[in-house]
Structure formats: structure tokens, C-alpha cells
Design a protein around this ligand. Structure first.
Ligand SMILES: [Zn+2]
Length: 240
């Protein structure tokens, strides 16, 4: 990923050159504006202000949501020592972030052994569905040898499952005492459930996502899924 001197979010939305790297970044730092942890080419001003504006207006944003998690993590974390668990999570987070940032998505949250990424906000990309799928393919590649690389033996099962869905979400801050900027709505819930249905090494997507990328995945497997908390069966595709 190419590191930008100015915040791409501020530039794309407001044509404001917020300096986040290099000699002049100290000026912005003195006002409390620094690089965002969600994406190295965004700033903390974007994070908080976009969230406030979006919450106020309650405008749905077309986004693609990606959830990924480590399969076998709960069992594994009970079998290996704490330091090793930390090493595993750190390696996983780094690999996820690299793949997501490369495609202009933001790493919105790490929740234990899972990651939530958002595409098309605040960096607006017309191919955000494609971007999310490319990030997922790269993420699986990055994590393929994770187990060997952190020195775990063959007796341990370890792999990553990914779910992707696209649609309209509300972006904003939730919570009053602890404010948390995130995407809200049925699209997020469905993506989370879909991810739960993906096996080790799999990328499970909805029909809406599949329709945008089907030429690249002629061997995708169609599945009818019954997902917890979702009333009707959902058509999912495993991208292979
Ligand atoms: Zn910014």
C-alpha cells in the first residue's frame, strides 16, 4: 500500500489537506489529529467527524462488509500458552490489516479472534464489492501458513473463515458512555452469521456479492444456508 502524506478521507470528502506524515504532520498532531488506526491513510478527524455527521443525518451508505475469524481459536487458546496466543492474534491482525488496507477498506474493529472491515466508507470506491473480495482472497493467502510461521504443530487446527455481504448500512457512533464508530443494520448481522457458516480457508458470500464477481469464480459452490437469527434461508456461495 502506498503511504500518503495527507489524509485521503479529508481530501476526497472536503478537499482539505490534513497532513498525517512528514515534517508538517506535527502541526496537526498539536490539534490532536493523527493517523487513524482503522487505515494508515486516514486521520482521527475523519473517524470522529464522519461518524457524527452520518449519525446526525441518518443516511444509509452503500457498503460491503467483511467479517473474518480464526477457526479453532477457542480450543487452541486453551491448549497453548498466553504469549503464543498473543503472537497468533498479532500476526492475524497484521495480515488482515495489510489485505484490507491494500483495497481501501477500513479495519473497523478487532473483536477477539475476529475482524470487521468496511468497504466504501469513508473512502468511496465504485468497485467496493470487488475490493472486498480481492481483500478476502489476499487475506486467506496471507494466513495460509500462519500456523507454521508461529511455530504450532500439526496437532492444532487453525484456519480463517470469511463472510462478505453488500448493501445499505447506517454509519455512526453507537453508545453513550463508550462511543464506538461502526456500521449498523441487517447487512452487518447477516455478514456476521454468514462468516460463521464459512469453513476453514473458505470465503462465503451472498448472492448480491457473487453477482458482481462470478466471472472470476466459475467453480463457486452454491449453498442454501439456515442462519441463526435470520428468518429465511440464505443463498451463499463458497468462492474457490
Ligand atoms: Zn481525515
Amino acid at each position: 500500500m502506498k503511504e500518503s502524506q495527507i489524509c485521503l478521507g479529508c481530501w476526497e470528502h472536503m478537499h482539505m489537506p490534513t497532513v498525517i506524515r512528514g515534517p508538517f504532520s506535527f502541526l496537526f498532531k498539536s490539534f490532536g489529529i493523527k493517523r487513524s488506526q482503522m487505515h494508515p491513510n486516514l486521520c482521527t478527524y475523519c473517524e470522529s467527524n464522519f461518524a457524527k455527521i452520518m449519525k446526525h443525518k441518518q443516511i444509509p451508505v452503500s457498503t460491503t462488509i467483511l467479517f473474518a475469524d480464526i477457526r479453532g481459536y477457542t480450543d487452541l487458546s486453551q491448549q497453548i500458552e498466553g504469549a503464543k496466543v498473543n503472537e497468533l492474534l498479532n500476526s492475524f491482525y497484521d495480515r488482515c490489516s495489510a489485505a484490507i488496507w491494500e483495497e481501501d477498506g477500513i479495519v473497523n474493529k478487532f473483536i477477539g479472534d475476529a475482524v470487521l472491515a468496511i468497504f466504501n466508507f469513508p473512502l468511496i470506491r465504485k468497485d467496493h464489492v470487488q475490493n472486498a473480495v480481492s481483500a478476502a482472497v489476499q487475506l486467506q493467502k496471507n494466513c495460509q501458513h500462519l500456523k507454521e510461521e508461529i511455530g504450532l504443530s500439526d496437532i492444532h487446527t487453525l484456519g480463517v473463515g470469511i463472510g462478505i455481504h453488500t448493501g445499505e448500512c447506517y454509519m455512526g457512533e453507537v453508545g453513550t458512555t463508550y462511543k464506538d464508530f461502526t456500521a449498523i443494520g441487517p447487512v452487518v448481522n447477516l455478514t456476521s452469521r454468514l462468516q460463521g457458516a464459512a469453513g476453514v480457508g473458505e470465503i462465503m458470500v451472498t448472492e448480491e456479492v457473487f453477482n458482481e464477481v462470478k466471472e472470476q469464480f466459475p467453480d463457486a459452490q452454491k449453498k442454501t444456508l439456515t442462519l441463526k437469527g435470520i428468518n429465511n434461508p440464505v443463498t451463499g456461495y463458497v468462492l474457490t
